[in-house]
Ligand binder design. Structure first.
Ligand code: DX5
Ligand code: ZN
Length: 223
């Protein structure tokens, strides 16, 4: 597996919100910038909404990977695709009709992603894998950065990887939460190809070096 087949998406949850342009300049080698939208309802934390994301979209040199941790995704997710986000991921637990919503996101021109919390099974997605461009397996309870990686999510990833291979589905498998040099290998081993890292990148003295190390470590464990 070459480096081109995997993606490192730093999460700006760990960045300085009032110096966003400077923070984005520190991660120029990232594939996407991961943007965590939280509504203090689906998760017990609050970040920002479409107005802020629209400004980040307008000023970011890196495409946006928006992760919506919000209730009533059916109502709100299309707006993030409309403002130009490259990828919009909503939570399976927060959508009334996930397939219809994914189709709307794709019709607007965004990649469609669906995320699952640690306790949510993924077997229900097997028959509709082709409806999604990426599936996000949360490796922490969503809501906060800096939590410990949940290794018990690896069997779920492996299940998705095997099922996607069996069906020839092109879906990307993303992990988010507690990803760093010590954990990214396990996630790559289990089938992840798209890696979100907040504190491991923005907490590093040299974020681009951190990205390079994560990329190398993930590449060494992909198969
Ligand atoms: C958590 C967010 C993550 C968070 C990851 O709910 O979805 O994207 O920023 O932060 P780290 O990498 O520090 O665990
Ligand atoms: Zn996230």
């Amino acid at each position: 597996m070459t480096g081109a087949d995997l993606r490192i998406n730093p999460s700006i949850l760990a960045a300085d919100f009032v110096n966003m342009q400077a923070e984005l300049a520190r991660i120029a080698t990232a594939d996407f910038v991961h943007v965590d939208v939280m509504d203090n309802h689906f998760v017990p934390n609050l970040t920002f909404g479409p107005q802020m994301v629209e400004r980040i979209q307008a000023t970011s040199p890196i495409p946006l990977d928006v992760h919506l941790m919000i209730s009533d995704a059916d109502r709100w997710a299309p707006g993030y695709a409309e403002l130009g986000a490259a990828s919009v991921t909503f939570h399976l637990e927060a959508a009334a009709d996930p397939v219809a919503l994914a189709r709307r996101l794709r019709a607007i021109g965004s990649r469609a992603g669906v995320a699952v919390k640690p306790a949510t099974p993924v077997e229900g997605l097997f028959d509709v894998l082709d409806e999604f461009d990426q599936i996000l397996v949360m490796t922490v309870e969503p809501g906060f950065g800096g939590q410990s990686f949940l290794a018990d999510q690896m069997p779920k990833l492996a299940l998705l990887r095997d099922e996607a291979r069996r069906r020839g589905a092109q879906v990307w498998l993303q992990v988010d939460g507690g990803i760093g040099e010590a954990t990214i290998g396990q996630a790559a081993e289990a089938g992840a190809d798209t890696f979100v890292a907040g504190s491991a990148v923005f907490g590093a003295a040299d974020p681009e070096q951190a990205i390079a190390r994560l990329r190398a470590e993930a590449g060494a464990h992909r198969h």
